[in-house]
Design a protein around this ligand. Structure first.
Ligand code: HH2
Length: 262
């Protein structure tokens, strides 16, 4: 299982907002994550935490472009954005993946940008109920697994219809995006339901609120819970986990792989 390291170039991300707003600091952080074992770096210039303020494309680009340029020659880079203009510029600067938490729904031009990207550029489609502003207001599902899976498969078909190469599409259940703690735990427990589709699955549980809802911890003290979630995703066949604490998660994955292979 691969590990995607998070580089948030934002003032307001939920666990590391403001730490890497300076491009030099963000580039140094990205390099350190690769040295710690990250396979891919996910660079984001807009927070998606519940209630976060939206950012314009010009500001988002000002934040992320120098960081992408500084890291693209060093490791595969993913751009965490919902805006076509940002994705297009990021791809031109060397990004190899587009990570869209709205699954190509927020910007009508996003699907065309992904479809028109150079061969090999991949796309991550994530499930979210509502928008970051509203998603944690009493989320409800009759059957969370079936509904999240159905949504993702619909979005895969929409992307393919728009011209995106099916072989380059990832799906992500969107841990914490319009979900209660029970929904998040069920999605992690049943990761295999997603991998059974044959599509590569990404899981992003790092430091998220559901961990604190289990044990009362704050964002700065959720590495153990993050590792537990990543290993559950690994058991279910996830192809990649998106994390802040790369060194610790890489160690857990390596030891778990060694145990399984022994
Ligand atoms: N989670 C966050 C952001 N982007 N992308 C995918 N594919 N999956 C996720 O679970 C996911 C994501 C939220 O985490 P973070 O980047 O740490 O915080 P913020 O959105 O506040 O910047």
């Amino acid at each position: 299982m691969k590990v995607m390291g998070i580089v948030n170039v934002t003032p307001d991300s939920f666990s590391d907002g403001g730490l890497f707003l300076d491009p030099e600091a963000a580039i140094a952080h990205g390099r350190a994550l690769v040295e710690a074992g990250a396979d891919v770096l996910d660079i984001g210039g807009e927070s998606t935490r519940p209630g976060a303020a939206p950012v314009g494309a010009a500001e988002e680009l000002r934040r992320v472009l120098p960081v992408i340029e500084g890291l693209a020659g060093f490791a595969p880079v993913s751009i965490d954005t919902s805006k076509a203009e940002v994705a297009a510029a990021a791809i031109a600067a060397g990004a190899a993946l587009v990570n869209d938490v709205t699954a190509l729904r927020a910007d009508p031009d996003m699907a065309a940008v992904c479809a028109g990207a150079r061969p090999g550029v991949e796309v991550i489609l994530m499930h979210m109920l509502g928008t970051p502003r509203t998603m944690q207001q009493d989320p409800h599902y009759d059957d969370v697994l079936a509904e999240v899976l159905e949504f993702l498969l619909e979005r895969v078909e929409a992307a393919v219809e728009a011209g995106v190469d099916r072989d380059g599409i990832w799906i992500d259940p969107g841990i914490g995006f319009g979900k209660t703690v029970e929904h998040n735990l069920a999605l992690l427990r049943e990761t295999a339901r997603f991998t059974e589709t044959g599509l590569p699955v990404l899981v992003g549980a790092s430091r998220k609120a559901f961990i604190g809802q289990v044990d009362g911890s704050d964002e700065a003290h959720r590495v153990g819970g993050t590792i537990a979630a990543c290993l559950a995703a690994m058991d279910g066949g996830a192809a990649m986990v998106r994390v802040h604490d790369v060194a610790q998660v890489v160690q857990a994955v390596r030891v778990r792989t060694a145990i399984d292979d022994s």
